[in-house]
Write a protein that binds this ligand. Structure first.
Ligand code: M6R
Length: 365
């Protein structure tokens, strides 16, 4: 049941500290502070290329993983939505690994993309939340998310646990490929161990998100989400979450793309949610923030203390998140965009757990 929560989605959002912790404990030994994945049927050091495929929110987890694998393991990565990959039938290189990401493990396009990758002799690794699912059964190896059943159509805890599994994988790959030194690995694992309690801190700011949702987002017809670098996939995920449950038109953009089109949309009526931890690319997203402000856009800032100090006074509203290692920040910012979408949908009175036209698992094309 929903316990004392009004919707499954809210319950599942609040389960995240626990299930991220469970997922972490499966892949990371707190005693040795090191990632310990189950034995895999390939050697990371010999992988020529990773091809990641998924749909919807799981696809955004794949985009996130691309940044992590490239940075930590210096591994070439392609990410593609499964419905495109399966019909484009691209050549996949010898020695390649294909990662299929799926909460349900039953998504028909993802399964078909996996089968195509098999014809290209890729080793198939899947990240699923249902270990007995079709995608899991057809994979060479499975790294399950330990999220427990997800009932709400909008994916929340499945997404953040996917992120956790993918990050531990990128760390393991970085170690095997000798691109990640032990000091960095230790710093990262320490940062990962802190995530469940930091997600709790985000959840404790609940009211701030509710106020932004009711005061700004629920009144809008269109909302833009901007992010750069590691925050770009979170901007996309934030926009998807908002549109699917509140029916407000929302788009996620890479901040650098603003000038190439979307800035034409900006006026007082279009709120712009800026996902911007004070990381290495902060100055660049701060300049996108200024561009929007100069055109009268209504800015919602999601940032940490340093970012708030820099920009909050120019925002219509701001939420403050814990200051964390940039590599784990996307997990915390995911929770922020989930809360914004949830409270906006509640304010609009839509059916949060079962939005119109959507199915929990898409088993037909
Ligand atoms: O079960 P899957 O992870 O394969 O599902 C993929 C998408 O259908 C799913 O993430 C969808 O986009 C969600 N409704 C997003 O909240």
């Amino acid at each position: 049941g929903k316990g004392n929560h009004r919707h499954f989605m809210l319950k599942e959002i609040h389960e995240q500290p626990a299930v991220i912790g469970d997922t972490l404990h499966t892949y990371l030994s707190p005693a040795t502070r090191s990632v310990t994945l189950p034995a895999l049927p390939f050697d990371w050091a010999k992988v020529t290329r990773l091809t990641i495929t998924a749909c919807g929110t799981a696809y955004f987890a794949g985009m996130m993983a691309k940044y992590w694998f490239e940075k930590l393991a210096r591994l070439p990565v392609e990410v593609e939505v499964a419905s495109e990959l399966r019909y484009r039938e691209p050549p996949l290189p010898e020695g390649g690994v294909c990662i299929a990401i799926s909460q349900s493990g039953e998504t028909v396009d993802t399964l078909a993309a996996l089968r195509y990758a098999k014809t290209q002799h890729q080793t198939i690794l899947s990240v699923v939340n249902v270990p007995e699912s079709a995608i899991a059964r057809e994979s060479h190896a499975v790294l399950p998310t330990i999220a427990g059943p997800e009932i709400g159509v909008a994916s929340t805890k499945a997404f953040t646990t996917q992120l956790m599994v993918l990050l531990t994988m990128a760390v393991a790959a970085g170690r095997a490929r000798r691109t990640l030194c032990s000091a960095d690995e230790e710093r990262l694992t320490r940062a990962m161990i802190e995530v469940p309690s930091q997600v709790n801190e985000v959840l404790n700011m609940d009211l701030a998100y509710k106020n932004i949702a009711e005061g700004i987002l629920a009144k809008a017809r269109d909302v833009l989400y901007l992010g750069r670098g590691l925050s770009f996939p979170i901007a996309l995920e934030g926009a998807l979450k908002l549109k699917e449950i509140s029916y407000i038109h929302a788009e996620g953009y890479a901040g650098g793309e603003m000038k190439h089109g979307p800035i034409a949309l900006i006026d007082e009526a279009v709120p712009v949610v800026v996902v911007a931890p004070a990381d290495a690319i902060f100055d660049k997203i701060a300049s996108n923030f200024e561009q929007v402000r100069a055109r009268g856009g209504k800015l919602v800032l999601l940032s940490d203390e340093a970012g708030n100090d820099r920009l909050a006074h120019h925002a219509a509203a701001a939420a403050k998140l814990p200051t964390v290692d940039p590599m784990v920040a996307p997990i915390l910012y995911s929770v922020s965009v989930q809360l914004l979408a949830y409270y906006t949908a509640v304010a609009k009175g839509t059916d949060v757990d079962q939005p119109r036209n959507l199915a929990k698992s898409v088993t037909v094309e």
